[in-house]
Design a protein around this ligand. Structure first.
Ligand code: ADP
Ligand code: MG
Ligand code: MG
Length: 250
C-alpha cells in the first residue's frame, strides 16, 4: 500500500536536512509503529506524507497504491485515502466541530465523485461514531479544538478519522497528553478501524500506547533514518533500555 524509498527531506526555509534516507514498506492490514527520540524526524515524516509545504523532498519517493504520492496536493492525498492525526491538532475558531466534520466528509465525497451527505444521514453517522469515542453533543457544537483538553482533541481526531474511513492512517503521538482513560478510549477507536484493507502508521515516543494498539512491525527512527526494525517486542526493549544505543548507531 505504502512504499517510501530513500526519502531525503529538508526544511524549506533554511535547508536543514531532517530525513536522511528513510525506507519503509507498509502492506494493507498492517500496523507499523515508528518510535524514536525527540527530534529524530517523526513528525517531519508525517507532515511530508500529508503534503505540508514547510518541507522539501530532495531525494527518494513515496508510492501509495501504486501512485506517486508526492505529486498529489494535500487535498488530493486526503481524497486518495491518507489521513494524518497531528501531534498538535489545529484550532479552528468560528467553525463548530460538527460543521468541520461535515465539510471534511463532503469534500472527500466530492473528490470521489459521490453525492453530498444529507444532514440526517450525516447526523446519524456522527452520532453513532461519537458514542464510541465518548464525544458529547456539547463538544460537537464547540469550535474545533478551541479550549479542548488534550484528550478531547485526540478524540475529535479519531472521530474525524473514523468518519472519513481512510485507507492509510498516520497517527503522530496520539498518546501525548492523554490520561489512562482517554488513552483507552482513543486506542479502542483506533483498533476498531483496523482492517485487512487499511494500514496504520503509529508514531510514538513511548511504548505505553503500544500496549493498547499492538503493532505488527516496530521501527526505530533516529537522526532521520530507520536504524532498526523488529516485531512488537522491540518496543518493550526500547522501554527498558531507552534510545541511547540507536542514537549512537545513527
Ligand atoms: P520528532 O517528531 O521526532 O520529535 P520533528 O520531525 O518534529 O521530530 O523534528 C526533527 C528536527 O527538525 C528537530 O530538530 C526540529 O527542531 C526540526 N524541525 C522540524 N520542523 C521544523 C521547522 N518547520 N522549522 C525548523 N525546524 C524544524
Ligand atoms: Mg517531538
Ligand atoms: Mg513529533
Amino acid at each position: 500500500m505504502l512504499e517510501i524509498k530513500n526519502l531525503h527531506a529538508r526544511i524549506a526555509e533554511d535547508g536543514t536536512e531532517i530525513l536522511r534516507g528513510v525506507d519503509l514498506k507498509v502492506n494493507a492490514g498492517e500496523v507499523h509503529a515508528i518510535m524514536g527520540p525527540n527530534g529524530s524526524g517523526k513528525s517531519t515524516l508525517s507532515y511530508i506524507l500529508a503534503g505540508k509545504s514547510d518541507y522539501e523532498v530532495t531525494e527518494g519517493e513515496i508510492i501509495f497504491h501504486g501512485e506517486n504520492l508526492l505529486e498529489l496536493e494535500p487535498d488530493e492525498r486526503a481524497a486518495a485515502g491518507v489521513f494524518l492525526a497531528f501531534q498538535y491538532p489545529i484550532e479552528i475558531p468560528g467553525v463548530a466541530t460538527m460543521e468541520f466534520l461535515k465539510t471534511a466528509m463532503n469534500a472527500q465525497r466530492k473528490a470521489k465523485g459521490q453525492a453530498q451527505l444529507s444532514i440526517p444521514d450525516f447526523m446519524k453517522l456522527v452520532k453513532e461514531k461519537s458514542k464510541d469515542l465518548n464525544v458529547s453533543m456539547d463538544m460537537l457544537k464547540r469550535p474545533l479544538n478551541v479550549g479542548f483538553s488534550g484528550g478531547e482533541k485526540k478524540r475529535a481526531e479519531i472521530l474525524q478519522m473514523s468518519l472519513l474511513e481512510p485507507s492509510l492512517c498516520v497517527l503522530d503521538e496520539t498518546d501525548s497528553g492523554l490520561d489512562i482513560d482517554a488513552l483507552r478510549i482513543v486506542s479502542e477507536g483506533v483498533n476498531k478501524l483496523r482492517s485487512p484493507e487499511r494500514a496504520m502508521v503509529v508514531i510514538t515516543h513511548y511504548q505505553r500506547l503500544l500496549d493498547h494498539i499492538i503493532p505488527d512491525v516496530v521501527h526505530v527512527l533516529s537522526k532521520g533514518r530507520i536504524v532498526k526494525t523488529g516485531g512488537k517486542e522491540l518496543a518493550l526493549e526500547l522501554e527498558k533500555n531507552g534510545y541511547a544505543d540507536y542514537i549512537e548507531a545513527a
